[in-house]
Ligand binder design. Structure first.
Ligand SMILES: N[C@@H](CCC(=O)N[C@@H](CS)C(=O)NCC(=O)O)C(=O)O
Length: 204
């Protein structure tokens, strides 16, 4: 069984890499030289026809073409990993946690990511989302709550996606004042201190 993650420095592939590192899931990291156009070459287009990273090849599952499963889109990859390699959805609350994880992955990529990109033209939208995230984080650092059996916060794919975007915030939007959002600030600081995050970001 092997997982191959295709990515590049300073790309969304870091999000997936962070998940794999945090969960200690073995994988091969294949770094594409995007400056040299490696993501547009036939060999990579056979994995992601859109020529974007991240992309994942998982030979533990068979794809419709009879070969190993090939996946693109960071949210779909994280969901797949959470289901098949991170064992996030076992037990009585598994079905609910699966649906909530889809919700947060879609929120991160379809709502929060775009709000971050449009921060200059729509600052109020980003501020509204930050205010809501700040209040939700009052319940604890994990978006899906604590683990039912241990009571410990359970970090998972949902947290990985949302916290990754939050950690980008000070870099991409230095003009945004985070002082009104102390739990968001604490979450960003905690993310940056995690060794697995530092490794995934090429800082470890
Ligand atoms: N929605 C996609 C976005 C993928 C994406 O745009 N990746 C960028 C790097 S962050 C890329 O590969 N860009 C190369 C290009 O567009 O040519 C995801 O979340 O995976």
């Amino acid at each position: 069984m092997s997982l191959s993650l295709y990515g590049a420095a300073r790309s969304r592939a870091s999000m997936v890499r962070w998940y794999l590192e945090e969960k200690a899931i073995p994988y091969a990291w294949i770094s594409l030289d995007m400056g040299a156009g490696e993501h547009r070459q036939e060999s990579f287009l056979a994995i992601n026809p859109f020529g974007k990273v991240p992309a994942l090849v998982d030979d533990s599952l068979q794809g419709p073409d009879g070969g190993p499963l090939k996946l693109f889109e960071s949210g779909a990859i994280l969901q797949h990993l959470a289901e098949h390699h991170g064992q996030e959805f076992s037990g009585e609350t598994g079905a609910a946690r699966r649906s909530l994880t889809v919700q947060w992955l879609l929120y991160a990529n379809a709502s929060f990511g775009p709000a971050l990109i449009q921060a200059a033209s729509k600052p109020q939208e980003l501020e509204r989302q930050l205010a809501t995230l700040d209040s939700l984080l009052a319940a604890g650092p994990s978006l899906l709550g604590a683990c039912a059996s241990s009571g410990e916060p359970s970090w998972g794919a949902a947290d990985c996606a949302v916290q990754s975007y939050l950690a980008y915030l000070p870099l991409f939007c230095p003009q945004v004042d985070l002082n009104p959002f102390p739990r968001v600030q604490a979450s960003i600081e905690a993310t940056r201190e995690r060794p697995a995050y530092q490794l995934a970001m090429g800082q470890g």
